[in-house]
Design a protein around this ligand. Structure first.
Ligand code: NAD
Ligand code: ZN
Length: 386
């Protein structure tokens, strides 16, 4: 099967890289890595976790060794709590112990947690060494591995300490999705629907058609179906291209931009999602599942404000429904969610912004103070309490 390549060109083409999507291509990653690094690169350190490395580490390491590079491995813990300063410090120590030089490189093999942490470590070690990504979750493939945001969590909040640091390349093998837990597939598709809703009607429809053609409950049983593999590859390439286009014209998320192409629009669904994650102590939802609810709340607010027609919002609801049942929300206190918005505002030191919809594919950024509190509250109640 053919691979697809999505180009990312930043800083007026001075920093270009490609995101390659294919099936069963993991054993070619060594040649790919070598071709994206400088001639004097000698060593690559793979950052992963035990689960992912247990599944794919051998194939990746052998492929890299066969390309003539030396390979070291550093495994971090599995879970959001390991995207921390402690893990960062330990990772940097391991880089030092392995005598990584400026010409050497880091590969992230795993989901968004591994990618965010490894990218941040690569960006500050010796003031920046080469970084490559092999994302293995759906969310990491279409979202976190593209765009160069790296981070760790801290006492100040999630993702607030980090850097913008672009990889030299991203290598995606969709075969790795076969081992992903069902809820992680659901979470990834919620982000895909989100990107469709703000990207274009075409991307939204493509995502919806995929979910209709290949019901999500059978996702992992489709990997011997050529049509499924082709459609999944194409869908991922379109999703990645959308994210890349946004990043290319607003790489660092300019704070003063409020137009419909600002990088901020990627936060569609995230105002409510972050609050939902926070009030449930990050234990009840996968991030993408919370985004599923968040897109519905943003849709409902857009409808109630009369900036978007009811049919578009009905369509959004129907397509989110295709991912199946999201975690129960009836025990979540609405007032706690509203309090969490107020806290967010204080923590970031600016007014809360909502990404809403004028239609499918047409986002609109609105400051919270222009939205009646009653509309926000009623929309949350409608979505979470039915
Ligand atoms: N940098 C960005 O722009 C950006 C964007 C979105 C999200 N993020 C960050 O990404 C993180 C979430 O990423 P995620 O959803 O990938 O979660 P994750 O990295 O925790 O991965 C989810 C789970 O799947 C497992 N896993 C990964 N690949 C697997 C595979 N192929 N088979 C079986 N199991 C596998 C992991 O071990 C983990 O238990 C969050 O920290 C979030 O803040 C960053
Ligand atoms: Zn997200």
């Amino acid at each position: 099967m053919n691979t697809r390549s999505v180009p990312v060109n930043l800083d007026g083409n001075s920093h270009k890289y490609e995101v390659i999507v294919g099936h069963k291509v993991l054993n070619d990653c060594g040649e790919w890595a070598k071709s994206n690094l400088s001639e004097d690169s000698q060593k690559i350190i793979i950052i992963s976790n035990e689960k992912v490395f247990g599944l794919y580490g051998k194939e990746v390491s052998e492929s890299i060794k066969n390309s003539g590079l030396l390979v070291e491995t550093h495994l971090i813990g599995d879970g959001e709590e390991y995207k921390s300063f402690d893990t960062l410090q330990n990772t940097l120590k391991v880089f030092g112990q392995n005598e990584l030089k400026r010409s050497d490189a880091v590969i992230a093999l795993g989901g968004g947690i591994v990618g965010d942490l490894a990218g941040f470590a690569a960006s500050i070690y010796l003031r920046g060494i080469s970084f490559l990504q092999i994302p293995t979750t759906l969310l990491a493939m279409i979202d976190s591995s593209v765009g160069g945001k790296t981070a760790v969590n801290s006492q100040f909040g999630k993702n607030l300490i980090g850097s913008f640091y672009q990889p030299k390349g991203v290598w995606i093998d969709i075969a790795t999705l076969k081992t992903l837990e069902h809820r992680e597939i659901v979470a990834g598709f919620c982000e895909a629907i989100k990107q469709g809703a703000i990207g274009s009607k075409e991307l939204f429809d493509k995502t919806a058609s995929f979910l209709r053609d290949y019901p999500i409950n059978n996702f992992i049983y489709n990997f011997d179906n050529e049509g499924f593999l082709r459609d999944l590859t194409n869908l991922l390439a379109s999703q990645i291209d959308f994210k890349a286009q946004i990043v290319m014209q607003d790489e660092k998320e300019s704070s003063d931009r409020e137009d419909s192409k600002s990088r901020k629009i990627l936060n569609f669904g995230h105002t409510t999602a972050h609050a939902l994650e926070k009030v449930t102590d990050y234990k009840h939802f996968k991030h993408g599942e919370a985004v599923g609810y968040g897109t519905l709340v943003a849709g409902e607010i857009s409808k109630k404000l009369d900036i978007c027609d009811g049919n578009s919002i009905k369509l959004l609801n129907d397509v989110v429904g295709l991912v199946g049942k999201l975690p129960e929300t009836k025990n979540i206190e609405i007032d706690k969610i509203l309090e969490s918005f107020a806290y967010d505002k204080k923590a970031i030191g600016q007014s809360l912004q909502w990404i809403l919809l004028e239609s499918i594919g047409k986002p609109k950024i609105l400051q919270s103070q222009f939205i009646p509190k009653s509309i926000i509250k009623e929309s949350i109640i409608k979505v979470l309490k039915g």
